[in-house]
Design a protein around this ligand. Structure first.
Ligand SMILES: Cc1cc2nc3c(=O)[nH]c(=O)nc-3n(C[C@H](O)[C@H](O)[C@H](O)COP(=O)(O)O)c2cc1C
Length: 173
């Protein structure tokens, strides 16, 4: 017998990413994002679903640039901080202690503690429900040399279905 479920529940576990946005000269923000996927190899495109009510949506659609930073599991506390606070209220770099560094090709900070970085320019926006699918062309992609050479293994940040956030059949949080 099969029973009805929340569709999202069966798409986890998902990798967590930290997306940086905002003009580095004016102020940078970080948003935790799990709805992020590759789209095209040539040209290199990826897509992220970003809530239109977030501060990050405002920054990404304003500058038309963002960076997908890949965190290891050790950064979990920072990921959750960035995922449960808004840059409208707090400076997430300051509060998490993460280090902003200039990017190569965009005016958005990268997170130094992350192991890989995909610098993107917004190519397309598709409104979809409560989010917008932001399609970005990857203009630069780079990672820690030891990982690329296979000398270091990484436990990437990922998580199970966050019942408290998305689940309706689990009762109140
Ligand atoms: C693990 C995790 C994954 C998340 N994934 C997404 C996502 O894919 N898209 C999204 O819009 N929000 C996602 N969120 C929620 C945002 O990170 C959250 O709304 C954040 O506070 C927005 O911050 P901002 O207002 O500074 O942009 C996620 C949160 C967590 C904890």
């Amino acid at each position: 017998m099969k029973v009805d479920v929340e569709y999202l529940e069966f798409m986890w576990p998902m990798r967590h990413f930290l997306i940086t946005c905002g003009d580095i000269r004016k102020g940078s923000n970080i948003i935790a994002v799990s709805f992020c996927m590759p789209v095209s190899k040539r040209p290199p495109l990826l897509a992220c679903a970003i809530g239109r009510a977030t501060y990050s949506y405002e920054l990404i659609t304003g500058t038309k640039e963002f960076v997908v930073n890949v965190p290891a599991a050790a950064l979990k506390a920072g990921i959750y901080y960035c995922g449960f606070h808004s840059g409208r209220d707090v400076d997430k770099f300051k509060e998490t202690g993460l280090t902003p560094k200039p990017a190569r090709a965009v005016r958005v900070a990268v997170i130094d503690e992350c192991v890989a970085h995909m610098e993107c320019k917004v190519e397309q926006e598709i409104e979809a429900g409560d989010k917008s699918l932001i399609v970005g062309e990857v203009v630069e992609a780079y990672a820690d040399e030891a990982i690329v050479k296979g000398e270091r293994e990484v436990d990437y940040a990922k998580g199970d279905f966050p019942r408290k956030v998305y689940g309706t059949r689990f009762g109140p949080a």
